[in-house]
Design a protein around this ligand. Structure first.
Ligand code: GLY
Ligand code: MN
Ligand code: MN
Length: 456
């Protein structure tokens, strides 16, 4: 059985051409050279079945091309700037079984490359392209198979040294260029991320409305997947977490097979991918449609902590400011509710400094979001200040998640009314020129909103 490629819902490929041009110019500014960016491999699942194919995000960012077995080569030197695509040949026989392939001629035209060749010619062509390139822009270690082939091509170039041809003397990790670009989303990316978040919001609402004690976690997962696909999303952006009761305290819970009990909270962390862009939303809601007093108390603490982090989501804030703001509100809430015992942990500042809050909040407050759910890009500045690299400042066009939580595992010194409550609230936040835009704003979030959509 074959894998399938996912086709784009959008047909405008000029964005990809513009990005390739930006990379070429950065390469030129560094003295020129050659860049090699492969897509992902098809992976066997079992027997002759493949996992659904998902292209490599860097490759897609520069091409929009979703077929497997493809490599982008960019060349920047004194005499030319050129972008080349290597891809599968057309193959009428295989296309009967597996579906359409562009083939080099149509792919070159459709995706705006300067030239395109059959992937089978990569090995015979690369030594010529590598010869006399000053710098190799490539990400070593990500693709051991290609690393080995590249090694062979470099040796082939070095073998020509007597005719005056030399291999690239330096290697720059191409991700240094691409990560910085991917961090700042352009308008086409923002539109796709808004679409992904909107679909996921509808899916979360649907799951809230179908939830009932007695149903199973996987029934809610099925509702999410149904809505994702129904709305044109190609796949979930990551494995959906549907965790009822104590399962909500397992951060990466994935079995989704437990029965839902009356009185449980249900934590759903799920987001669709739309045209390769991820959404990542968490909501926590009561199985029976009504929060208990204990659940509501902790829920409102998490919600207030998220608001504190949201207040930091604007240009000029440092990446970690939101986390620190959320931790302050969460820790104060832990002290107020007796989750933390003041007599043992001391006051707010002491409970933060000692890390006592980590008993109930043990993860970070977010991450970059984009083509990958945990998107690429450094969280810190590149230059050291006082022997440390400060967290980078947020800029318009960056997208982050904000996802504080509280997870209460039973323990003797923890008030029993809170045992097994796990709550996380996660939204997808675009930094704008004057603040932020919550891309997942339509997903019910306050106690009142959630109880309202769950009314039967
Ligand atoms: N769903 C993965 C995360 O929230 O980071
Ligand atoms: Mn998530
Ligand atoms: Mn997340």
């Amino acid at each position: 059985m074959s894998s399938s490629t996912c086709f784009s819902n959008f047909a405008d490929f000029t964005h990809y051409q513009t990005r390739r041009q930006q990379v070429l110019e950065q390469m030129q500014a560094q003295g020129g050279g050659i860049a090699i960016i492969p897509t992902a491999y098809e992976m066997t699942r079992n027997s002759d079945n493949f996992f659904p194919f998902r292209h490599d995000s860097y490759f897609y960012y520069l091409s929009g091309f979703t077929e497997p077995e493809a490599v982008i080569v960019l060349i920047a030197n004194a005499s030319e700037q050129r972008s080349i695509l290597f891809c599968r040949e057309k193959n009428p026989e295989r296309e009967i079984w597996e579906g359409f392939r562009f083939g080099p001629t149509a792919a070159r035209e459709h995706f705006g490359f300067d030239s395109a060749f059959a992937i089978d010619t990569l090995t015979s062509t690369m030594p010529d392209l590598l010869g006399d390139a000053r710098t190799l822009f490539y990400s070593t270690g990500r693709d051991p198979q290609l690393d080995a082939r590249l090694h062979g091509w470099m040796e082939a170039v070095r073998a020509r040294s007597r005719s005056g041809i030399s291999a690239p003397a330096t290697t720059v990790d191409i991700r240094e260029l691409l990560d910085e670009m991917r961090l700042r989303k352009d308008t086409s990316e923002i539109a796709l991320m808004q679409k992904a978040a909107s679909i996921s919001g509808i899916a979360h609402t649907r799951a809230m409305q179908i939830a009932l004690p007695g149903r199973y976690e996987y029934e809610l997962e099925a509702e999410l997947l149904h809505e994702f696909r129904r709305q044109g999303s190609q796949a979930p952006a990551y494995g959906s977490i549907v965790a009822t009761g104590a399962n909500a305290c397992i951060l990466h819970y994935s079995s989704n097979n437990a029965q839902i009990n009356d009185g449980d909270l249900i934590l759903i962390d799920a987001g669709c991918e739309y045209d390769s862009y991820a959404s990542d939303i968490t909501r926590t809601f009561p199985a029976n449609g009504k929060f208990s007093e204990a659940q509501k108390t902790l829920y409102d603490i998490v919600l207030a902590s998220q608001q504190a982090a949201l207040d930091c989501a604007r240009p000029g804030s440092r990446y970690m400011d939101g986390h620190h703001a959320a931790v302050r509100v969460l820790t104060q809430g832990m002290l107020d509710t007796g989750l933390l015992d003041k007599n043992k942990t001391g006051n707010l500042d002491e409970a933060i400094a000692s890390g006592a809050f980590r008993q109930f909040y043990m993860h970070g407050t977010g991450h970059w979001l984009g083509l990958d759910v945990h998107d690429t890009g450094s969280y810190r500045e590149t230059k050291k200040v006082d022997d440390e690299k400060p967290y980078r400042k947020l800029e318009a066009g960056m997208v982050i998640t904000i996802e504080p939580g509280i997870y209460v595992r039973p323990a003797e010194d923890v008030p029993e009314q809170f045992w097994n409550i796990g709550i996380r609230i996660e939204d997808d936040i675009l930094i704008t020129a004057d603040g932020h835009l919550n891309l997942s704003r339509d997903t019910p979030k306050t106690v009142a909103d959630i109880e309202n959509v769950m009314k039967r």
